[in-house]
Design a binder for this molecule. Structure first.
Ligand code: UFG
Length: 345
């Protein structure tokens, strides 16, 4: 696997943050937020699903997280003060068909990064690690809202592959003093407020991008999976959080780790959501209200593995990080997603 480095940035090493997957959807928004907070995001991405044009806030190192030597070279060159790790395979359905790929990229890839951090550490100090985790670690929870101490029972290899990394982080905290925060996202949605970056996926499976494609006529319709759930309108309820809010939570997590003292836990997991659930029908209605256009839709059976409701209790994140969602009202989510989608067609 080859590694190419663009413009070196060693002179600002004290503010460099290595961002794996920084050319992807959530990673690129985190880079934007890092830049706004005065850091330089150094993107490490193999560009298989990420996009070169999303790397707008710092240098790009083209490399694969399964390549330990490339990771070590990037850390040695840029001397980051921390790592944010986004690079991953993220399709739940695909993870059931191709578990080997998911454990290879998501679990072994994370191990390679942690190993590179250990092998480049100076004087036994490991740079802190912010991990992109998921609500999929909860599987099908017995109730909602969900707090961090709910049972961790993923129902697919995607969720398992991420939970295994969380277990590694806990063990590395105890054994090697690694400081880390795992951020468990609920439903990431929306695009940057300045319309400069957004979801690039041309074959989306997530609700809002699919509904926008139906509305714009690039797919025949939105298939609504399940209208017999035990929810107020029968469609499934999710906690949609704006990607810009996820991004600022990452910066807050980074800064928490950078100023952490011995009294704070070396590893913790935090939910990132709004605490407000919206049903598929409510999202569709919001899209129609914001755009003034109709979403062609039809009702279908439930999608396998979909829980009726997934809503975060994110009190812990709000307290620990002194963070709260600012842009996660459904209008802002839909308006920014729609504006971005129009730049792609
Ligand atoms: N939905 C439809 N039609 C579609 C797409 C989605 O009705 O074409 C419904 C789903 O059935 C679900 C809701 O819209 O009820 C949201 O579905 P998404 O695919 O947008 O998101 P999920 O809640 O399935 O997935 C999210 C994250 C995953 C994570 C999972 C945890 O995107 O990464 O939550 O359960 F694994």
């Amino acid at each position: 696997m080859s590694t190419q480095h663009s413009t070196p940035n060693t002179q600002h090493a004290k503010r460099n943050v290595l961002v794996t997957g920084g050319a992807g959807y959530i990673g690129s928004h985190a880079c934007q937020a890092l830049k706004a907070a005065g850091y330089t995001p150094v993107v490490f991405d193999n560009l298989t699903t990420g996009h070169r044009k999303a790397v707008q806030f710092g240098p790009l190192v083209e490399g694969d997280i399964r390549d330990g030597a490339a990771l070590k070279a990037a850390i040695e060159q840029y001397q980051p003060i921390a790592v944010m790790h986004f690079a991953a395979l993220i399709a739940v359905g695909e993870s059931v068909e191709k578990p080997a790929d998911y454990y290879h990229v998501n679990t072994l890839g994370a191990w390679q990064i942690l190993n590179a951090i250990r092998e480049t550490s100076v004087g036994g100090h490991l740079i802190p690690f912010v991990f992109s985790s998921t609500a999929a670690v909860y599987g099908i929870p017995a109730s909602s809202p969900i707090s961090e101490d709910f049972p961790h029972q993923p129902i697919n290899p995607y969720g398992q592959s991420k939970l295994m990394v969380e277990h590694m982080l806990l063990d590395y905290a105890h054994a090697y003093g690694l400081r880390s925060i795992a951020l468990r996202y609920f439903n990431a949605a929306g695009a940057s407020l300045d319309n400069s970056i957004g979801l690039e996926n041309r074959n989306p499976t997530h609700l809002i991008p699919v509904a926008l494609e139906a509305l714009l006529g690039t797919r025949p319709e939105l298939q609504i999976f399940g209208s017999d759930y035990p929810t107020p309108d029968g469609t499934a309820v999710r906690d949609y959080i704006h990607v810009a809010d996820l991004a600022t939570a990452h910066v807050a997590a980074l800064e928490h780790l950078l100023k952490a003292d011995n009294s704070t836990p070396a590893h913790m997991a935090l939910n990132l959501g709004t605490g407000q659930g919206l049903s598929v029908d409510e999202i569709t209605a919001s899209i129609e209200r914001v755009t003034g256009k109709v979403v062609p839709a039809s009702k279908h059976p439930r999608r396998a593995g979909d829980p009726p409701a997934l809503v975060a209790n994110s009190t812990k994140a709000q307290t620990v990080l002194n963070w709260k969602p600012e842009h996660s009202d459904v209008e802002t989510i839909v308006r920014t997603a729609y504006a971005w989608r129009q730049t792609l067609s």
